[in-house]
Design a protein around this ligand. Structure first.
Ligand SMILES: [Zn+2]
Length: 106
């Protein structure tokens, strides 16, 4: 019976992942907006800019959403945490509801 042998040969030659695990989603590498703008230092006293990098629930946006490179994502996270400490940015959604919007204070 050469049939069984044939199946075994085909299986070993073609990994399962290649045959059915085709990625339909082709990731486009977003360019880091901070690299483009030649930003060296991210100002933690500028909540208007930092606002773009937090979610509507006050969380720091992940790299896959913000598109920032590793270096700038680290700097961003630090700046956002500092801004939170100074009450320029919210820690929790309750802070957003209290102030009305994020990053705008009078
Ligand atoms: Zn960058």
């Amino acid at each position: 019976m050469g049939n069984l042998e044939e199946v075994a040969r085909r299986k070993s030659a073609e990994p399962r992942s290649k045959k059915q695990g085709r990625a339909r989603y082709i990731p486009r590498r977003k360019h880091c907006s901070l690299c483009i703008g030649n930003v060296e230092v991210i100002d933690y006293k500028d909540p208007v800019k930092l606002r773009h990098y937090i979610s509507d629930r006050g969380k720091i946006e992940p790299r896959r959403k913000s598109g920032a490179c590793a270096k700038h994502q680290r700097a961003l996270a630090l700046a956002i945490k500092r801004a939170r400490h100074l009450a320029l940015l919210p820690y929790v959604p309750a802070h957003i509801y209290k102030t009305g919007s994020v990053g705008i204070r009078d």
